[in-house]
Each structure stands twice: as C-alpha cells, then as structure tokens.
Design a binder for this molecule. Structure first.
Ligand code: N2P
Length: 386
C-alpha cells in the first residue's frame, strides 16, 4: 500500500484504503478551476461566501483543495458502480460512510466536525436542518444536469427550485412479508403483526416518524397529526405491539432475505433488494395506510469539499448513472432523463412506482415544526424504552 508519492491515504467507499498522490490531485485541477470560478490554483481556495438562498447567486468552493469527497448515505442505497465510476472519472476519492436513520444523521451533523461533504436526509428533515443552519444552498451553475429531474421534484413543496437539495431516490413505507412463512395468506392490514407465525419475529423501523406513523395509522389517525392526544393513542398502540414484535431495526434487508423476519415495516426498495435472495417476499401498503418520502442530497454548511459534492450531484443526475442507481437500489428514480435506462419491469411495478391514486393514499411525512417534532421524538423514546 505504501506509495512514495502519497500525500494522504483515502478510505474508499468499499472500505479499501488508497494512497492519494500529488498526481491524482493535479488531475482534477481542471475541475477545480471550473468549480471554484477562478479560485483554483491556490492550495486553499477562497472562503465560502456568506449564506445566500438564491441559487443563481451562490458559489460553491472547496475550503480544502484536495480531490476528496466525504459522503454519508443510508445503508444499502448505492449501485456498486456509482462511486468507483465517479472516482475514475474525476480522480476524487470518496470516503463512504452509512447511517440507518435520520436521527443518526442529525446527531452526527449537530455534534459538528463530521467532515461530511454530502448527506442524504429525508424530505421531512430538510427544513429541520435549515432551522439549525446545517446546510449550504446549492450552486446551480455547478449542476447543469438539474434539468434532468422530473418536474415534480423541481417544484416540490419541501424545497421549491431545489435551493438546498437534489433528490437521490424516493419510496414508500409499508409492510414486507413472506407469504409462505405466514401460512400462504396475503397481508392486507397491520393485524398481521398478531399472526402466530409472526409473533416474536417481526420488525418495526427504527425511524421515529415512520414507526410513529404505524402507531397513528393503527389507532386510526393521520400520520402527520399534531394532536397530542392522538400521539398518545399511537404510543399506546405501539407499546402494545411491542408485546408481539421481534425487533426494532431499520436494517431489514438481511432479516427479510434470510427468513428470520417473516413480517416487517419496511421501505419499498429494501424489500425488492431482499427479494433477490428471498423471492417469497412481497410488499404492500396496508389498508390502514402508509407514507411516502424523498431522500435528498444536501451539502452541509461545514462541508470541506463543497465543490466536489456538487460534482457528485451533477454526476448522479446523468441519465445512465441515475438509471443504474435506480436499478440497483430499486427505489423510485426522481430523474426523468434516466427513465430509458431503468429496467422496464421495475417501472411497471406499482409497488415501486405506485399509480397517482395509490400515491394519494401515502402522504409525505411532513415537517411539523420544532415543537411537534419534539413531541414525536419524545413519544418514540417512550415507545422504545417502555
Ligand atoms: C435505504 C433506505 C432509505 C430509505 N436502505 C429511508 N428514507
């Protein structure tokens, strides 16, 4: 591994280490010249400009001029070629770390000094991160492929005009189940958690708003309610459910694939990934309802390599790259130009790309403001510790 020219060692997306040579750093000079708008050539680029929200007026530069990108993404959420393809093309080494919940991401970011350049919060965490001043506005000049996005993701209510975010993937929260393991019947409702074959083996997502939504829907309430009494009902429902539950975890691919969990609250694409090993699995939005969400590429305020993050964002927005990503993770692609590269069978599957009528039954998880979000967090802590 020793390389006499190495100026630093980078940890790659797959855990391997690679020496970064001065040559590799120079290879990306042309990019830096473009990205930093004339600031390249200096070892340290000009400081990041004061926060502005107009994408036309925002300039993203690397605070530390080196070919590195520190990317913090959800587990099981990338194609095996995405990161090597970006590295080969740009000479930028990616360190790739994973998290399993928005809470985990928020804690890491709020603690400061994370060093991450690119993160992927869900849409309901975007405004919450903005309230804490944790994000940089995006520099649209560095993202020409932004036009490839589906129109509905350019005008989304959580971030009109993509000032702070570019969608990575979208999906729904429902139930995964193994028809065979549960005795051959279809699962249609949350009552399935009570089936004898599911007792002590099922799983609930370890994500406050998703899990609380299951409790709210089970108790007959809106998953975006702000009513404290309804939240109490949900806590009660979930505490009762804990009596028959196997585990609380967001990493359900392995337990579903291995057959350890015959039933789990799950995010759509994870179930399709598990199906590759366990074809008995299915995914359904129960009759009580479900949720939908979009996960968003964002650049933290503290990003040392903000320009490199923009380069990655533009890369993933390419039609072929976005198509390969969608085929691997099996979540909805927000990239309209990538559509021709997405497997026809995935596009036709309404469990991944629900019809507009079906989507109307799965509202977005809404950001409910600091006070109510705090109440949800407390309620979830009570469920977990109760
Ligand atoms: C990745 C699941 C991410 C979806 N495995 C949650 N928003």
């Amino acid at each position: 591994m020793a390389d006499r020219d190495a100026v630093r060692i980078a940890r790659l997306w797959d855990g391997r280490e690679r020496p970064v040579t001065r040559r590799a750093m120079l290879r990306s000079t042309a990019f830096f010249a473009l990205a930093a708008h004339g600031a390249a050539g200096c070892a340290i680029s000009e400081p990041v400009e004061p926060r502005r929200t107009d994408p036309r007026a925002t300039r993203a530069v690397n605070e530390v001029e080196e070919p590195v990108l520190n990317f913090f993404n959800w587990t099981d959420y990338v194609d095996e070629d995405t990161i090597p393809g970006f590295e080969d093309e740009t000479g930028i080494s990616v360190t790739y770390d994973n998290f399993s919940s928005n809470d985990e991401l928020e804690a890491k970011l709020a603690a400061g000094g994370s060093g991450y350049d690119l993160i992927v919060p869900s849409d309901n965490f975007l405004r919450r991160f903005l309230r804490s001043d944790l994000l940089n506005p995006l520099d649209h000049d560095l993202i020409p492929n932004l036009d490839n996005l589906d129109r509905r993701f350019r005008e989304a209510e959580y971030d009109p005009d993509n000032r702070y975010s570019v969608p990575w993937a979208w999906g729904t929260t429902g139930l995964a189940f193994s028809r065979q393991a549960l005795g051959g019947a279809d699962v249609t409702s949350l009552d399935a958690f009570r089936l004898a074959a599911a007792r002590g083996r099922s799983a609930l997502l370890d994500e406050a708003r998703d899990a609380m939504a299951l409790g709210l829907l089970g108790a007959g309430h809106d998953p975006n309610t702000t009513d404290p009494g309804e939240l109490e009902d949900a806590v009660e429902y979930l505490l009762d459910l804990k009596g028959v539950l196997g585990q609380i975890t967001s990493d359900v691919i392995e337990p579903l694939a291995s057959g350890q969990a015959p039933l789990a609250q799950a995010w759509s694409g994870d179930v399709f990934q598990a199906m590759e090993t366990n074809p008995e699995l299915d995914f359904v939005i129960p009759e009580e309802g479900g949720l939908s969400w979009v996960d968003l590429l964002c650049v933290p305020r503290s990003a040392p390599h903000a320009a490199n993050a923009h380069r990655f964002i533009d890369h993933i927005l390419r039609p072929e790259v976005g198509g390969r990503l969608a085929n691997a993770i099996q979540y909805g692609s927000p990239n309209a130009a990538a559509r021709p590269f997405v497997d026809a069978e995935l596009l036709a599957d309404e469990r991944i790309y629900p019809s507009p009528e079906a989507l109307a039954r799965v509202p977005f998880t809404r950001d409910l403001g600091p006070e109510v979000e705090g109440r949800y967090a407390d309620a979830w802590t009570r469920v977990k510790t109760g």
